[in-house]
Design a protein around this ligand. Sequence first.
Ligand code: IPE
Ligand code: IPE
Ligand code: MG
Length: 249
Amino acid sequence: MSLIKDKIDPENLPQHVAIIMDGNGRWAKTRGEERTFGHRNAIDAVRNAINACNEIHIPYLTLYTFSSENWNRPAEEVNTLMNLLVETLLLEAEEIFSKGLKMHVIGNLEKLPPLVKDQLLRVVELTKENTKGNLVLAISYGSQHEILNAVKSISNEVKEGKIDAGNIDEKLFESYLYTKDLPPVDLLIRTSGEIRISNFLLWQIAYAELQFLDVLWPDFTKDIFFQCIVNYQNKERRFGMTGEQIKIQ
Ligand code: IPE
Ligand code: IPE
Ligand code: MG
């Protein structure tokens, strides 16, 4: 029985939590191991985050799994990450399905090895009718690229006369992002002590609460997640208004 979990107000949950799962390499190094040892030990932490969300009914969880910049890592590490992804999807697909989760993938999937892409799309297809929650994997994902793609598509449609440039607003712009079917991020968590965004969901975190934890990703537990939710609930989200206005609402 988690005491921290009991402090959570079920009426004030973030609808969308996004996590930058960082620190696997350092976790391994402190144990005198190769970086890939950290990646292998990160799967339990992923499970913890998914289960914690599931237990308290947070409808959207987005996990930053592999960035567009991570392609620049040594080929051996990239290969290990890709293999781990396929292995994990093969092992966990049933579990994701049976939890009632619908899986989504955001990112430039064309850059992925075909086997990885196929596995991802297989699980997306398998879980597409599920309604108990949404698990979003950001893979080969870069937010600047996503935004530029949206700009290019909208420009083409303006040129073709399908969109009137005067009608471009936030709602229309969002409908061209990978995240078009997802609500905005309410809470962004990053582990590993780094205080940066690393090209993740730049548009979508406009009004997110940000939490940077001094925990390396493989050490992430359900209680740490629950504590993040409690901290989130202690914040007053003002969206540009005054505290007095928020209290009246
Ligand atoms: C996060 O851990 C996993 C990925 C980026 C794929 P890192 O591999 O970045 O670990 P650190 O930050 O080097 O410790
Ligand atoms: C961000 O972590 C990407 C993921 C967690 C998938 P990085 O480790 O790649 O970020 P930087 O390079 O330290 O900014
Ligand atoms: Mg890192």
